[in-house]
Design a protein around this ligand. Sequence first.
Ligand code: 13P
Length: 256
Amino acid sequence: MARKPVMAGNWKMNNTTGEAVVLAQEISNRYYRDWSDKVDIVVCPPFVDLKSVYNVFEFDHARIGVGGQDVFWEKSGAYTGEISPHMLKEIGCTHCIIGHSERRTMFGETNEFVNRKAKALIAEGLTPIICVGESLAVRDEGTTNEFVTAQVDAAFAGIEEAQAAKCIIAYEPIWAIGTGRTATPEQADEVCRVIREKIEELYSKDLAEGMRILYGGSMNVGNVEGLIACPNIDGGLIGGAALKADSFCDLIKACM
Ligand code: 13P
């Protein structure tokens, strides 16, 4: 089954609103209308930049989705500092990253949180980009596949097949994030294949074949072709290289 690739930029905690508008405009200026027929493009700026970035793409009729980098699962209430799926939806977001390893390691995000966030996003009609990935210690121990499939299992707990079909998974080995040390295409494809098999076991062959599974971790113009050519890799979740319009757009073009 041909799966439409997804290229998503995770800006992390970078860009003030002024800078975000400039970067969004630079991406929009380079964007061609037919790109989005071939690739789903998403950018995930900090919360404070979301609306401004959305406005740039909306004004230019650029079919580039905007997403959050995290979310809380309740709709509203006394949750100081949190943002709800409803709020993201209301300002035009279509996607949201959840379970990023930086949130898991630095902010105590658990598998259970990821599962609750996935359900809340789906209920609001937003696409969760569910991140999974092992540390170097886990890889060295030889238990990567077990570790990552356990994360997938937990993230999808209690989610029906029709809802699961709305999700995107991003495999991001922690040792490859921001380190310049990319997983080889073989390493990345192997884990993405194992994730796909887990989805088939949890749901069906159809769903597994349709699920977009992205690779993330030091993806750049030098290594994108090899990664994208892998049968189980359907795009990228890009950090550093998404912070420059030229490199982000070159990565998008590599998927076409
Ligand atoms: P880098 O591309 O900077 O390694 O970041 C990857 C990432 O964490 C995307 O979510």
